[in-house]
Design a binder for this molecule. Structure first.
Ligand SMILES: C[S@@+](CC[C@H](N)C(=O)[O-])C[C@H]1O[C@@H](n2cnc3c(N)ncnc32)[C@H](O)[C@@H]1O
Length: 445
């Protein structure tokens, strides 16, 4: 097989350049391989919970098979919907995890908790019976454009479910909140498959919905979650206590006195997903943010945030990496593409801030890693911003190397059916075609 270097892999990459694999990624994969993976049906637990940029379990599986030991402790600092957590627990390995996003934390908590199916079904019956009896539920949730996105009977259905979920014992509430979160998304006036709440030209008409629709979806989502959890708990013969949620609420600065042997993660994609906007409805309906302002404040903590004050983004930032700084200046001055007023400067700052936050994150991980420990990440290889190609994986590797990591391995995975399908102006940005998986190591001394 011909080995390709990372930056030859543009849209014209011929099929024959790929190593076509089925099922697992082999541990003897040649360095710098370009692979196309035919995946096996994953466990149902992986599809529980909304996450617009899910990674695939084959990557943590490959890493643990190649570099892991039974005693090792893993860190997943960008847990999302818990792909790494599930795979790590399956292999009987312990894991610390965090995510700044409250919906992700809810999803991961559900996946790392033991539930008694019969008890859940009893409470579900009670919730639905009582929800029907309240004629005019109190309006407790408010946020911008609520009436635009939620029909009145849907609002009443959601409010009545909320009241009833609060009556359930606290320890098992998260599972009901998760089914509720899926119900919120499904019964909103977004089109199926839409990631961001925005009515665009190709928007399809939405049917009239009733309160009963809300209850029916809630029950369906609960049943689906229970089935997935049942399958998951059946295959898992290790303790869920091996998964420990860290108290740190951001991966930029990891606090606490703990150490790990490896980080296995997929960091946020630059300029691709606004996780807060993508889950705006769930955040409000679940009461995970108190108002619109709190939601926007949450977004400022996201790595890759575009919520940057004008005074700050007017400055041209310097990261100290001269190649990256030239790319940031190209975006800032619009050498490839002149966007509307202020947008070039804002985008340049987004890129600057993304890499500075990731630098702080690498340093924080370095300090929590044991000597000889690993950092394995998967990220889109190249992102295009204002016409400027940013080789994200390569730049992150260089930044980590400056901190003291050594790159020991990498390969590239062709992305298929990924949900990063945001409508884009092609002059601004292109679609990410490959994920690059990089393994870094800290020295043993
Ligand atoms: C690419 S996704 C991870 C997806 C995950 N591997 C999965 O399969 O579900 C990146 C995650 O980083 C989280 N994130 C963004 N900024 C963060 C921060 N400052 N600290 C911790 N997590 C953050 C997002 O909420 C998102 O869940």
């Amino acid at each position: 097989m011909k080995q390709l270097s990372l930056f030859e892999t543009d849209k014209t990459t011929p099929q024959s350049s790929y190593l076509h694999l089925e099922g697992e990624i082999p541990i003897d994969l040649p360095e710098d391989s370009l692979i196309s993976l035919q995946r096996k049906q994953p466990l149902k637990i992986h599809s529980v919970g909304f996450q617009p940029a899910k990674s695939i379990p084959e990557i943590p599986h490959w890493f643990l098979s190649k570099y892991g030991t039974e005693q090792c402790k893993i860190l997943e600092p960008f847990a999302g919907s818990g792909t790494t957590i599930i795979e790590t627990l399956l292999q009987g390995v312990s894991i610390y995890w965090l995510d700044y996003h409250p919906l992700s934390r809810l999803i991961c908590r559900v996946k790392t908790h033991l539930y008694d199916g019969a008890e859940i079904l009893d409470y579900a019956e009670q919730i639905l019976k009582n929800a029907y009896t309240v004629k005019h539920p109190l309006e407790t949730i408010n946020f911008a454009n609520k009436d635009f996105w939620f029909q009145k009977p849907v609002q009443a259905g959601l409010e009545s479910l909320r009241t009833q979920i609060f009556q359930v014992p606290e320890a098992i509430q998260p599972l009901f909140w998760l089914a509720f979160a899926s119900t919120v998304r499904k019964t909103s006036d977004m089109n199926d498959g839409m990631i961001l709440a925005a009515k665009r030209a190709n928007f399809k008409a939405i049917p009239q919905r009733s309160r009963e629709d809300v209850y029916r979806y809630f029950k369906d989502y609960l049943d689906q979650a229970l089935e997935a959890i049942g399958e998951w708990q059946f295959v898992l013969n290790h303790s869920l206590q091996n998964a420990i949620e860290l108290t740190s609420k951001t991966a930029i600065n990891l606090t606490g006195n703990w150490h790990c042997d490896a980080v296995i993660t997929s960091p946020p994609y630059i300029n691709a997903i606004d996780y807060v906007w993508a889950s705006k409805f769930e955040l409000h309906w679940l009461g995970l943010v108190s108002n619109d302002r709190a939601r926007l404040d949450l977004y400022t903590q996201e790595i890759g945030t575009e919520r940057i004050p004008r005074k700050e983004y007017c400055q041209l930032g310097k990261t100290g990496n001269s190649y990256l700084d030239d790319l940031i200046a190209d975006i800032y001055y619009g050498t490839q593409y002149q966007a509307s007023k202020g947008q070039n400067k804002l985008r340049a700052r987004v890129v600057y801030k993304y890499f500075m936050d990731m630098k702080a994150h690498f340093l924080s991980c370095f300090n929590h890693l044991n000597p000889g420990g690993y950092y394995c990440f998967a990220i889109g290889d190249i992102s295009k911003i204002c016409g400027v190609e940013i080789p994200v994986a390569k730049l992150l590797t260089e930044i980590a190397e400056k901190i003291g990591f050594f790159k020991i391995f990498q390969f590239h995975l062709l992305l298929k059916n990924r949900r990063l399908n945001l409508p884009r102006n092609v002059k601004w940005a292109g679609t990410i075609k490959h994920d690059t998986v990089v393994v870094l190591q800290k020295t043993r001394i």
